[in-house]
Structure formats: C-alpha cells, structure tokens
Write a new protein. Sequence first.
Length: 311
Amino acid sequence: MSYLLVDGRVETIPGAVVPHGVPLMGWERKPHGWCRGDACIPAFRAAAAESAEGVDVVKFAELLGRPVVAGEGVVAVGEPVTADLGVAPGFTLDGFTLSSLRGRKVVLVFWASWCGCRYDLPAWLALGEELPVEIVPISLDRSRADAAEWHDGPVDAEGVVAELYNVVNVPTVVWIDEEGRVARPQDTMTATDAFRAMNGLSSEAAVAALRHWALTGESGASGRSLRRATEGERTARLHARIAAWAFREGRPGQARHHLAVAAELAPHDVAIRRGLMPLDGVDPFGDAYFALRGELEDAGIAIYRPLPDWS
C-alpha cells in the first residue's frame, strides 16, 4: 500500500502503479480515455502513463500538467501551473470557498501560530468590521490544534493554498477585487507595530494603503500580478508536503530527508523551513529560527518582502 497526497487529502493507493479499473485523482478510465466530469484525456495520450500492469501515478500526474514528487511509499501531487497570474486562484478550504465572496473586496491574510503575526489577527479582523472588505485569515500551520489556539478560520495544513499563491513566509497578504482579480499580489504587511523592531514594517502605512484601496478601489499595485513560483519552489513544496505527512506518520528520518531537500531547493521559503519545526519538536521561536534568519541574512535573502509603493 502507498499513499497519495493530492488536493489537500491523503488517499491510499495500491502502489506507484494503480491497477486498471481503479479511479485515480477523481479521473476514471473510459473506452475513449480518462475522464473527470466533462474533461477527458484521449486514450492515445493516456497511453504514455499506462502499461499492462496498470497506470503509473507519477506519469499520470504529469499528463495532467501537475508537479509530482515520489518518496518511499508516498506520492505528492501539486497544483497545475496557473496560466493567468492576474486572476486569484480559486480554492475551498475548511468550508470556505473564495468564489463565495465574488462581488466583494477580499484580503487574504496568511499567518501562523509560529509567527508573531498571530497577535495581529484581532487588528485585521477589526479592519474588516471598519472597512468594506472581507478579511480572510488563512493559517499555514501544519497542525490544526496549533492554529485553533489563536483563530478558528481556515487552516492550510497541507500547504495547497500557499502553493497556489506562492507564499514563502508570513505575514503575507493578497488583495482581491470584486471581479476576482489580484489587486495586490503577495505583500508583507502588518496590522500592528508589535514586531516593528524586528521586521522594520510600519503598520500605519500598511493600513493607510488598505484603507485607500477599500474606499477608492486604487490599490497602488496596478499592473502587478502574483509572483510566479519557480520549478524549484513548486518541487520544494511537494517535498515539504511529504515531510509533514511523514512526521505525522511517525517517520522522522524520512521526514527530515524531504525537509532537507525542500530547504536546498527553496532556502528562502520560511513557510516550509520554520513551519515544519513544530512537527519535528523544534521550537519555531528558538535557536533554530534565529539560525535560519542568520543564514538567510548572510546570503542576502530577504525574510520579509514588502512591495515598494507603501513601504
């Protein structure tokens, strides 16, 4: 038996090759090809993933245009590459569906319990009460229990939404307009100055920019779209997904191997490297985090990435 990490779920599969007749990732084999709803992969194309033994899971994911990483007894499948980075990728997470807010301005606030930005949540929510915007906090905690101590909103425990929006650290915000387009791509913003001595960010300037957009529709980031993830970043996130699964399954050796690969592929992705510390029994506020900060600063890699129009 193997495990398939896909679409935020953990599924069991017979192995890296699935026998014929078994549905895969929501797709079913029909005489003319593999189909999911109205979408179909013609039989002649699907043949590249098929053999007498069955369907190769990795090759099938590649046919779908989805990044994929295989580990020992596990396969992680990522999201398809977004074609139009000006459109906010849709998602459903813990009962929240982004499209349900179409017609409203939306601010996705990516946060985590392992970040001081957890203390900003009440201020962000207060701004949602004050301004004509919907504030949607999304936790990047790998443990739902850790997030629940601070907020009961959606938890991106498998990193799917972080993958869609290429979020490499928290706090990160993304503004989305009434038509579902990106008004402000990934930006490091705070709602209070609790940690200004560490991050150098002015919450006053950030809130002023948000208030201006909420009331006038002018985001100050026109012409900007979401920052596209590199192939290395996409692959790193899948290794991180396997690492999180392995930690939860009591396989620390396998988990640390994949975490090390992820760190090598995307050393700047603090959401991976710090975010997995709690699952490994490491204090994300302790020496390991400050060693990570020092490593990145010595390499000239920005920890926080505010956009220049307000910061």
